[in-house]
Design a protein around this ligand. Sequence first.
Ligand code: GTP
Ligand code: SPV
Ligand code: MN
Length: 591
Amino acid sequence: MIKHKELQRWIKECAELCKPDRIVWCDGSEVEKIRLEKESFKTGELIELNQKKLPGCVYHRTSANDVARTEHLTYICTPNKRNAGPTNNWLPPQEGYRRAGEIFKNSMRGRTMYVIPFSMGPVGSPFSKVGVELSDSIYVVLNMKIMTRMGKPVLDYLEKTQATFTKCLHSKADLDVNRRLILHFPEDNAIWSVGSGYGGNVLLGKKCLSLRIGSYLGEKEGWLAEHMLIMGIEDPSGRVSYIAAAFPSACGKTNLAMLLPPEGLKRKGYRIWTVGDDIAWMRIDTDGKLWAVNPEYGLFGVAPGTNSKTNPNLMTAISKNTIYTNVLLKKDKTVWWEGGDGTIPKDGVNWQGKAWKPGQLDDNREPILAAHPNSRFTVPITQVPSVTNRIDHHHGVPISAIIFGGRRARLAPLVYESFNWQHGVFVGATMASERTAAQVGKQGEVRRDPMAMLPFCGYNMGDYFKHWLAMGKTMTPPPKIFNVNWFRRDDDGNFLWPGFGENLRVLEWIISRCKNEIEGVETPIGYLPHENDIDLTGLRMPRENMKKLLTINNKDWKQEAASISEFFKTFGNDLPKEMSHELKALEKRLG
Ligand code: GTP
Ligand code: SPV
Ligand code: MN
């Protein structure tokens, strides 16, 4: 047994509350993985997939009311409501512990409590954070093994250093949506999640630790925890420029991070290196520049829309050692989803565990889906063919550009560059996007999602904006900040831009701007490309699309400014004055 008093005491306390039949310490080994898989095949928690066609792959279904993050049940628990801020649900810590405690009580009777030690970032790096998750779910153990550095090396590290760790307690309890809570106690360095079995709610190293607790620590310790992909773009001369990009959930981070250059650009000699697809921890290094690490070790990515055309690298990655959640299970024990490869299967068992055939309609005469729109796969990042060789590098990679973006059918052009850091922070703070299936709620509705962190900022978002502004002042020079929109539509509702690999054409312009190689067109919202400065070699797209994609409609932007003004009111005195200055300046430029 490991010598670490704090850890021992806490496990004892949690066991007294949840009353598991037994406690099992996870070592993260392959032997353990196979043992747990076998156990879960017996209970039906997991289903073994076709080992010839999908070696090492397993299948899992969550319950029908537990398929996405539940933001309305997610809380920041601080003594002072102001510290959670106007964008978070809040509970006083005592009340949080009391409410969740009632649900946790005896929740593990007849079950095993797994002790899952994990490190976000390479084990032992000064920039990494260690957590221990206690969970009664084998699915959670197997996911954490992929998503984090999990097991014995982390325990050895804890024992050797006697370091503290984030205390993460999870129980499925009875998977009742009315008895579900995702609670964060930043001041106790603790997370309590109960009543769910869905990814972002229960893989506590991910959104809960790396973003909510992470952002809280980032403000205190002078770094940034962000909902961002990290990628390297190797140009024809062999130089690699790294960018970090924040898009809201299910808005294209995973896909951008591992894009395959389109023919026209590949011939020039471009190559992409994937560093991360969801989370970036960024700090200012001794050279005064911003450096980013990906604290995760796997991807928990969206299945629908993923195929060999849109994302060949990902299709290769998920052909083995992958956990599939809520997709269609075919007769031959392989899987499929809407927008997946191959012809539509004739039949199968869908994400709800029901016999499925194409063309079935529900009571509202809507098609019954094979896969849930937020169905996902869990896969080691090392299986992505474009993975960087710096994945275990403690300092990470230097960032040249920060990119914000979202789904906006109208308004936002394909790409624009902010005037400077402060304006860039304003661009990020006023981001908006159509809601996707990644969270429970009305789909398609445009909502503000500052820096794609609305659901993930662990403290007052006004203070978060201040922290961004302050970070910019200490960098020499700070990265340039851009905004992109792959999702603008024409009047018939079709996407104007082909997206996916073709997005590299826009990244090429961004990198050229960072290297001061190319002029921009000054507009009221920022610098746009000249129409001919985005290389469209080999892309069959009507010329007029480019015009539409780069159009700034003054009237629409005035409306946007008015809506931003409303949004800013929700922050009251917590809004930094720089943000209102930027809004005034935008209004003035719009005339
Ligand atoms: P989270 O994991 O929820 O944080 O999402 P993400 O930002 O990583 O999104 P992801 O890359 O998984 O994409 C979500 C959906 O958008 C998938 O269905 C993709 O096929 C689709 N998508 C991604 N990139 C593009 C694009 O450039 N254009 C279009 N039209 N769709 C895209
Ligand atoms: C997201 O919703 O932004 C995700 C998936 O990356 S989850 O881990 O479920 O939050
Ligand atoms: Mn995400």
